[in-house]
Design a protein around this ligand. Structure first.
Ligand code: NAD
Length: 381
């Protein structure tokens, strides 16, 4: 099959879905690889680098789409990108089908197969295709780097001839994939790290990474927020009150706060209120990784960095993976080529859209003129 990556159209999106490295793997599966000219430029991959890897370059999105069987991209497609495709072609990208009913209908009407990388089931076998995790890992790391860059002090404690410096105190709220990556980055920079999550099972992981789990004084300690499938559920008002009380107590003492708390299918919970920001020391930094979903911090402005009257910097960027476009393109490119490996079981360049396969079925949101979202639950864990 012919597989091609489009240049991303969203302003500021620097990632690309196929890299010269991943194209080599796709070719070993028997596929031909194509890209739109300039698709990798903002991630540091020139057309010449693709050509050297045996990739065919097309001058426009239209030419690329006409030339291939499978179109790969990062961000959810625009309506025009779907309309350019035809019956029998496959699109692989982020899709967020629950939030994009019109796009889903457009994919169905166009007769294409749409594979949503954000819908890959989070089961062990599919970890290598799990773009949500690979990108959350980068976002968590980058959040710490942005915080450090905006913080006027060391993260690590030091005893120097010029004076003793205490370590920075960092609080991570939400210890899923991004939060754990942030804990890893902040502890390796030498900070004193605290972390909180509503899921009690993460306490051990937090502590094994050298951070301190923040416990609440709550009778059914932490149990409240755990839901099925490893995800969080909304907290009860009593639990939330205890949580906010604890954060109010911690706010004056924390130099850096990184919030990553999300609940699938809902707006992000509001956890860091205006009065907590006002209680923080001047020079403190907050990074709100939930900004795109409404934010965990009351004062966050999505896509902006603001400094409050009391000197607290609040970062609400929503493009953390794109800020490390070379790295994230490589990992996203690997997620896609692993997916295509499963779609090409005989390694003969032929795609087998096996809807009996949990992972393929889970990620396929439109196929054969039907909307195939939501999928049935996977049969195995
Ligand atoms: P997520 O991005 O949906 O949420 C981030 C974190 O916020 C979660 O840890 C959640 O518990 C936490 N949170 C929600 N409400 C909160 C609140 N009020 N206060 C504090 N924290 C709050 O999560 P994610 O990173 O996508 O991971 C979700 C789960 O999926 C985890 O259990 C993870 O281990 C699991 N997972 C499994 C696989 C796999 O098996 N392949 C891969 C990735 C993740």
């Amino acid at each position: 099959m012919k597989i091609g990556a489009l240049k991303e159209t969203l302003d500021g999106e620097a990632r690309v879905a196929i890299t010269p490295g991943s194209s080599a793997h796709l070719q070993k599966l028997g596929h031909e690889v194509h890209i739109e000219s300039g698709a990798g430029a903002r991630a540091g991959f020139s057309d010449a680098a693709y050509e050297a890897a045996g990739v065919t370059i097309h001058p426009s999105a239209k030419a690329l789409t006409e030339a291939v069987d499978v179109v790969a991209k990062v961000r959810p497609p625009e309506d025009a990108e779907i309309k350019r495709m035809h019956d029998g072609q496959t699109l692989i990208s982020y899709f967020y089908p629950a939030q994009n009913a019109e796009l889903l209908e457009a994919a169905r009407a166009q007769g294409i197969t749409a594979i949503a990388m954000d819908m890959v089931p989070r089961i062990s076998r599919a970890q290598k295709m799990d773009a949500l995790s690979s990108m959350a890992n980068i976002a968590g790391y980058r959040a710490v780097i942005e915080a450090a860059n905006n913080f006027g002090r060391f993260f690590t404690g030091q005893v120097t001839a010029a004076g003793k410096v205490p370590p920075a105190k960092v609080l991570i709220v939400g210890a899923g994939v991004a939060g754990l990556a942030a804990i890893g980055a902040a502890t390796s920079l030498g900070a004193q790290v605290y972390a909180f999550d509503v899921r009690p099972e993460v306490a051990e992981q937090i502590e094994s990474m050298g951070a301190e789990f923040v416990y609440l004084d709550f009778e059914e300690t932490q149990q409240d927020g755990a839901a099925t499938g490893g995800y969080a559920a909304p907290s009860s008002p009593e639990f939330r009150e205890k949580q906010l009380e604890k954060f109010r107590e911690l706010a004056p003492d924390m130099d850096i706060v990184i919030t990553t708390a999300l609940i699938p299918g809902r707006d992000a919970p509001l956890l860091w209120t205006k009065d907590m920001v006002e209680a923080m020391k001047p020079g403190s930094v907050i990074v709100d990784l939930a900004a795109e979903k409404g934010g965990n911090v009351e004062l966050t402005q999505p896509d902006e960095k603001i400094v409050t009257d009391n000197g607290v910097t609040i970062i609400g960027y929503t493009d953390f993976p794109s800020r490390m476009a070379a790295q994230s393109s490589e990992l996203y490119g690997n997620n896609i080529r692993h997916f295509l490996t499963d779609l090409t079981p005989a390694k003969d360049g032929q795609i087998n859209q096996n809807m009996e396969d949990d992972v393929i079925r889970g990620a396929t949101v439109a196929h054969d003129g039907d909307i195939t979202f939501p999928p049935p639950p996977p049969k195995v864990a």
